[in-house]
Design a protein around this ligand. Structure first.
Ligand code: SF4
Length: 78
């Protein structure tokens, strides 16, 4: 599983970092990003973190957290 945050959809609510502190971090504006790979969506979520990822994914109120079974295209940044 791969993930990235669509920054334009993130409302900086803080839930994802609360649910999955080892996956999500915030920039200086409070907008979330995936700290595993600087929000590129190219590093697979480690298996031990999948449960917390799913918690964050379902908690996000704006569907800003994207997920795929394959890596996100590299030119598709934040
Ligand atoms: S839960 Fe969603 S809206 Fe809230 S900070 Fe995380 S990505 Fe942004």
């Amino acid at each position: 599983m791969y993930t990235k945050v669509l920054s334009e959809q993130c409302i900086a609510c803080g839930l994802c970092q609360l649910k999955a502190p080892e996956i999500f971090e915030y920039d200086e504006d409070g907008v979330a990003y995936v700290k595993l790979d600087n929000n590129l969506g190219t590093k697979e979520i480690p298996l031990p973190l999948l449960a917390q990822f799913k918690d964050a994914y379902t908690a996000c109120p704006t569907s800003a957290i994207q997920r795929r079974d394959t890596p996100f295209p590299k030119d598709n940044k934040k």
